[in-house]
Design a protein around this ligand. Structure first.
Ligand SMILES: Cc1cc2nc3c(=O)[nH]c(=O)nc-3n(C[C@H](O)[C@H](O)[C@H](O)COP(=O)(O)O)c2cc1C
Length: 202
């Protein structure tokens, strides 16, 4: 297949940028994610799906804690991409000096942002190279007016130096995904998430 034929369609599917934060074994962390979607039409039971690559430190933290928060930057908070998306929490704290607090799930909620959602995982699907988490939104807030930051806009405004570093990092990750994406475990649909995470119907 010629990817160029579908590139505009595929490119339109990326979500607003979020810093997906997590708390596990005494560590707070956050990573950038653009693969988020709404997953409920029931206003009193909001849900999201979020796709996290297995090589990320956040993946283990979310699997361990069964929770994460989605912190959405305002359009002017371009620096989040470099801070949370280019380095791993394995190599040092990314949240040092940031104004945040622990939410109901224990996940970090950023004070200065466009909005946030505190989420508890209720199920997970293995994608080989990534896990697609289905999560219940237990708390949330729209903090600012205006628009969140979209990847399609952010990439036009990113300094050349960041774009080059992003391209190099991405090339390594694409190679890992290519090797792992066929190895899907179809036998563990719930990935050991305790079903007690699912709230009873109100
Ligand atoms: C623009 C951008 C979009 C990204 N989208 C995703 C994504 O959708 N899912 C994901 O798991 N990682 C995504 N990443 C990669 C992680 O944010 C990145 O690998 C991060 O350093 C992982 O941090 P951690 O090891 O502390 O978890 C994205 C990175 C950037 C810069």
């Amino acid at each position: 297949m010629d990817y160029a034929k579908i590139a505009p369609v595929m490119g339109s599917l990326w979500s607003p940028i979020a810093a997906v934060s997590s708390h596990w074994r005494g560590q707070d962390n956050a990573q950038i994610c653009v693969s988020i979607g709404g997953a409920s039409i029931v206003a009193e039971r909001p849900r999201v799906i979020t796709q996290i690559y297995k090589t990320n430190h956040s993946h283990g933290m979310i699997m361990g804690s069964g929770a994460f928060a989605l912190n959405f930057p305002r359009a002017d908070q371009l620096d989040w991409i470099d801070r949370f998306g280019m380095f791993s929490g394995r190599d040092g704290s990314k949240l040092e000096g940031l104004d945040y607090r622990a939410g109901e799930t224990g996940s970090p909620l950023f004070a200065d942002c466009w909005g946030w959602l505190d989420c508890r995982v209720v199920n997970a699907m293995d994608g080989g190279d990534l896990t697609c988490f289905l999560a219940e939104v237990v708390d949330g807030l729209t903090v600012s007016e205006g628009e969140p930051l979209w990847w399609r806009d952010a990439r036009q405004r990113m300094p050349e130096e960041w774009m080059r570093a992003y391209g190099e990092k991405q090339a390594g990750e694409v190679a890992v995904s290519r090797a792992q994406m066929s190895s899907i475990d179809l036998t563990s649909p719930s990935w050991g998430m305790p079903l007690s995470n699912v709230s009873p119907p109100p």
